[in-house]
Design a binder for this molecule. Structure first.
Ligand code: SF4
Ligand code: SF4
Length: 167
């Protein structure tokens, strides 16, 4: 071992060189929440229950999404459309209750793929943090997209940037 090696000088300079080289590299960290990274184009976030162009609910409570769900996160209750409710529900059956347990959901998107009515979509937003488990049970009112006829602004916002969920 040379004297320089005995004093650990080569190792110290090598280490300092690595440290200084990082000073000029782009930082991988961001100042969240002021700065936000763009989502991937294939990001799957919170669900929406979609409406058609006349604002009618698309879901017919057929249950295919619940059957397809590997996490058993979806539950619903079907009801028959009554005379006079044609402007509310697109089909003769609709979901009187519809719930998704976001603590179970793995955001796989199989419910979206299984739906024959284009009634459920995963958007590019995510479930906010919550102190209680109940806050993660999303009911129909939480999931239903605003009416595009009466609230076009809210509808566009809920639809998100992915362009999915368009009638
Ligand atoms: S995204 Fe997947 S896990 Fe979540 S509700 Fe849909 S099918 Fe179930
Ligand atoms: S969201 Fe689609 S698959 Fe699920 S119950 Fe409604 S219509 Fe059927």
């Amino acid at each position: 071992m040379t004297l320089a090696e005995k004093l650990y000088l080569p190792a110290i300079f090598k280490g300092m060189g690595i440290t200084f080289s990082h000073l000029f590299k782009k930082k991988p960290t961001i100042n969240y929440p002021e700065e936000k990274r763009p989502f991937s184009a294939v990001f799957r976030g919170l669900h929406i229950l979609n409406r058609d162009e006349e604002g009618r609910e698309r879901c017919t409570a057929c249950g295919l999404c619940a059957v397809a769900c590997p996490a058993e996160a979806i539950t619903m209750e079907a009801a028959e459309r009554q005379t006079g409710e044609e402007a509310l529900y697109r089909e003769e059956k609709y979901a009187a209750k519809y719930e998704i347990n976001m603590l179970r959901c793995i955001f796989c998107g199989l419910c979206e793929e299984a739906c024959p009515k284009d009634a459920i979509y995963l958007t590019q937003t995510f479930a906010p943090a919550n102190y209680g488990r109940k806050g993660f049970i999303y009911k129909k009112d939480d999931l239903l997209i605003p009416n595009p006829v009466t609230d076009p602004e809210g509808y566009e916002k809920a639809k998100g940037t992915s362009g999915k969920g368009v009638n």
